[in-house]
Every structure is written in structure tokens, then in C-alpha cells.
Write a protein of this length. Sequence first.
Lengths: 352, 352
Amino acid sequence: MNRYWTDVVRTLQPYVPGEQPKIDNLIKLNTNENPYPPSPQVLAAITAEANGLLRRYPDPNAERLKRTIAAHFGLEIGNVFVGNGSDEVLAHAFLALLKHPAPLLFPDITYSFYPVYCRLYGIEFETVPLRDDFSIAVDDYARPAGGIILPNPNAPTGRAMALGEVRRLLDAHRDIAVVIDEAYVDFGTDSAVGLVREYPNLLVTHTLSKSRSLAGLRVGYALGDAGLIEGLERVKNSFNSYPLDRLAIAGAVAAFEDQAYFEQTRQAVIASRDALDDALTALGFEVLPSGANFVFARHPQRDAAALQLALRERKIIVRHFTAPRIDQFLRISIGTEAECAALVTALQEILG
Amino acid sequence: MNRYWTDVVRTLQPYVPGEQPKIDNLIKLNTNENPYPPSPQVLAAITAEANGLLRRYPDPNAERLKRTIAAHFGLEIGNVFVGNGSDEVLAHAFLALLKHPAPLLFPDITYSFYPVYCRLYGIEFETVPLRDDFSIAVDDYARPAGGIILPNPNAPTGRAMALGEVRRLLDAHRDIAVVIDEAYVDFGTDSAVGLVREYPNLLVTHTLSKSRSLAGLRVGYALGDAGLIEGLERVKNSFNSYPLDRLAIAGAVAAFEDQAYFEQTRQAVIASRDALDDALTALGFEVLPSGANFVFARHPQRDAAALQLALRERKIIVRHFTAPRIDQFLRISIGTEAECAALVTALQEILG
């Protein structure tokens, strides 16, 4: 506490991101980064942009990137909002679309940044329990609500909702904004982007951090009806005119231009995930079905915190959450084939 | 208006940044960018960082950059906050330190983003008139206040406050946070950074956009007592864990490492500014004394809006604000010697 702090800052409970260890030679499977580097075209575009024009402000509207994204999804530029990672995009969405007298709804087990945003902006919220199998029960959202936000696939469970369920949710809540956070959607989950033209209350958020291998560049975006996007722009232009630097804009455009690389790497991650799922199951783990680039697994006879520590001693980092209902699970990001094999070998040793 | 917007977003009046024209061959003297490119060491550092590790998140705490900045100013790492441009740093400061029951005070003529932040966060504010010569009268701030923010030098006037006046302001307001926004300080204004250890209520904000020629990279920072910085960190970690991408961190570190280049380019800008001041005065302009990389000038016989348009016809862009008291001024960023010479020639033609 500090005497100059505002009341807001006193009550915050900041988000704690996954560890970014400074030790070398670790197998890092804790923050859902892509095991493959970004496209060579992305690196070339960034290098080309590292020139004297960095003295100039970027385009505050990042039009070139918005046009690229709009064209990719068959939408208009007015349907696209871009930001400094999807976390910034989500933050603006909370303030622009989700702060209403009725509570915001989201699952009891979900991305742990959501309640943090709510405290930042003074948004009332209620959590809706997942089913026992950790799936989302759409009918349980039939209660007074000022907005709804859901990741699909959900984090940290990895479980995906079928598109028909997303549609059922949208149909039941046409009077409030519904945000579908699709950070991990490219790893085998059906996207709701195709519903944007149909539902003026639907905002879909994406990131380049996962499936485009660009966590280090900080680019995210949202797709939705032009009215929703305008609300986000109003908040953004009241916060920071230039959230995306010149290098990020150039790199992100190039990432969308190399579709072949995107397809190749995301399919490789999906294949590794399915193989890891099989290997973990063979070791006695219960593995939730995953539509993401990670798996969420528990071992009926072994304590998750102890397993995490034992892996760490073998220089393998995975994520463990101490929250209720999930404290016996490990969230394991999909690494390269070699990294996944090293994980399985280590677990075989630990389990005896 | 959109039916899904929150009450907050309905009442916003977003900031309008200076135009970033997409036409080539313009002499762009409207957004206070540096006429010189960034240090070659910065470009080399960015190019080196454009590698496969972009798949990994950056250090959320940007420790390497914080250590570099702390060492540069003889402070500790806990005295440094970094963000995605000083606009983001300021936004967080408004919410963390300047939202109190008593109104925030700032000059009637100042950076026009301040009232925008206030509306974003619901902060009451009062403006304090500058003197007729556009200088800041410290004694006029002796009124009930929840916080004070002032740019030094002020924008868009360019007028600097002497350090003794800043100290007098701090002495008179030890019970509230005082933010000195030093975006332009390196062009000949005395910095308050040396007072940080003495005043636990002082926050100083800087940017790499101006004197380090990196508007396109989006890096700003704040220096202050560790308690104030912790307040900013709490807000930042409730908004976006990773505001600085890997390339921005690497480039910003390199900018501080090439001190010789920084000195050379800022002295060149100062020399050009003083020469432009003389030339404008010879053309009949009244030029306010500037401690920045721009001048603020009016011509007693010519309408400022008309002058701006006439310059634009000659492909020279300067900034004109329609606000009361300053609507007969032009704000002219300092260009290269050739750009300043072209401006003077154009004005000679226009004035006949």
C-alpha cells in the first residue's frame, strides 16, 4: 500500500502470467507457446521494417493489417479491431461492451484474467459452473446477465464447444454482447467467425501468439459487427492512439500472407497433441479432450503439485493451477516431437 | 451509438492524433517526430532479435530494459515502469494515482489527451489557466486537488518551467501525486528526474518517441518512488501482462546504449530549432520560447488556419489547434535543416 494510490489500485488482484524462466536448457511447456518458429516471411518482413522510418509514428489505425485480416476472413475492415496482444483487445472489450448493471457471466473454470479485468473496471460478475466433465452447459447461462464471455476452446481445460452450442448461446442472448475468446481455435476447434455477419452481438477474439508463433510480437484482434468494433475503437482512442508498433504491423501482415506455413505448423501441433494424449493415457492419466495446443490431464494416483515439481527437477516446466476443481490437473503445452518424447520419458521415470 | 455499448463508451470523446498522411513527398512537421533516424545500433539490435524466439512471450517485466534505464538515471529497477509508449504509461498513471475525490488539476492549454483519460476513467478534473504569456503559474495550483499533471516543457506551447518552480510545486503538494510529463525534456528543458529520490509523490514520464527517434517502436517509461511504481505495476498487470514486445525491448535497450548518437541528434535538433525561431521571428512571427523539438508561433496579421492550408498546398504539414486562446498559433515540429529551410521559403512566399 502507498498513500498516493487510488481506491481502484488498492483493490486490484493482478493476473499472474506463466513463468518465463531465465534458465537455459529447459523444456518449457507452461505458457502454450508454439514449438515452431514464426514463418521466415515474418522474420524477413520485420527485418525490412527495421529502418529509419521507425522515427515516425505507425499508422494509428493499422489499416494495412486490418485489411489483411478482413480479407482473410471475408469481412470488411470495419469488422476488425487490432491490439497489443489479445489481452489488450479483451481489456478494451470488457470496458466497451461488458460493463452493465446486470452481472457479466463466465465459467467458474476459465481464463483467470477475466475476473482481473472485472476488478480493474468495476464490473459485477457471476461464474457459471462447468459440468462435471468440464464442458460448458449453455442452458446454465439462462439468467439475468449484462454480457457473456467464454473461451472456445476453454482454458485451461482445452475443451471445445461445438458451433451449434455457440449458436444456441447467441440465439438465447441477442440483447447482450457475447464474446467468444478463440485464442486457441486454430488447433482443431470450430470458429464462430462465420457467425459474425449474422449476430450483431457477437465479438470473436483471436491472437497471433499461439497458432502464428508470435507470442513475442504482441498482436491480437477482434472480429464483430461494425457497431461493436466502433465501441472498441472509442476506448482504444481514449487510451493509446498507437498500440501496434511498425514492426508488429509488418510482421503480423506477413504472418497472414504465409498461409502454407500456418497450415503446416498447426497440423504438426495437432498431430503431436494427439500422440501426447495417447502416451499420457497409456501412463494412466485421464486426459480431457483438447481443441487447443495443450492438454489438461490428471493422474488418479499422483498429486499434481508433486508431479509438477518432479518434472521441474528434470528441467521440464508445466503449469499447475491451485484453483478448486482443477488442483489435481497439469496443463501441458504441446512441444516439438522431441520435447513431448522427453516429457513422456520423464513421466515414466517419475511414475516408476 | 450501438445498443451493446456500455455507458462509459457512450460518453467518451476520443483523442485525435496528428495526421499520419499516406501521401509521399510531404514535409511532415505536424507530430513532433525526430527528423533523424534512430541509432544504427537500434536497427541492428532489432534485426538481431527478429529470430525464432519470437514464438516465445517477452519478459513480462522487461527487466533488461528497466535495468538499463535505471542505470542510465542512477536509480534502482524498482523506480522504473515501462509501457507501450508514454501514452499507455500515462493512462495507467491516471487510473493508479490520479483518480481521487478531489479534482485532478492540469493547465487549460496542455496535452489534449489528459481530459480524454479523465473521461475514460471517470476522473473529475479542473483546468488551471496559463498566464497570458502561456507560462505555468505554480501558485494557481494552490486549491483542493486529488492530483496534478503537467507537461514540462508544456505542449503544444513548448514553454518550459524552471526546475525551481517544479520543486516549489512539489513542496506545496506533498499529500498528492504530481506527474511531470517530460516527453520533450531532452530538447533543452531541465528534468525533474533528479528529484525522484527526494519526493515520494513525484512521477516523471518519458518517451523514446521524440529524442530517441523511435515513435514507430512504442516505448515510454516512468520514474518515481518504488511505491508509486508498484501502483502502476498493479494496474498494468490487471490490463496486459506483456505490453512490450521482444523487438521493442531490444531496440529500446540499444537506444540507451548509444548515448553519443543521442547527444549528437538532440543537439542538432536544438540548433535547428533556434535557427527556425530566428527565421520565423524575422518573418514577423511571435514565437514562444521553446524547450521542445517544436515551436509554437503566431503571425499578428495572418490567420493561422489559412497559413496552415497554404503550407499544405505546398506539401508542408504543420499542426493547428482550434482550441480557445491558441487558435491563432501553429505548432511546427523541427525538421532537418533542409526541411526547415523549405518551410521558411514557403512562408516567405505565402506572406509575400
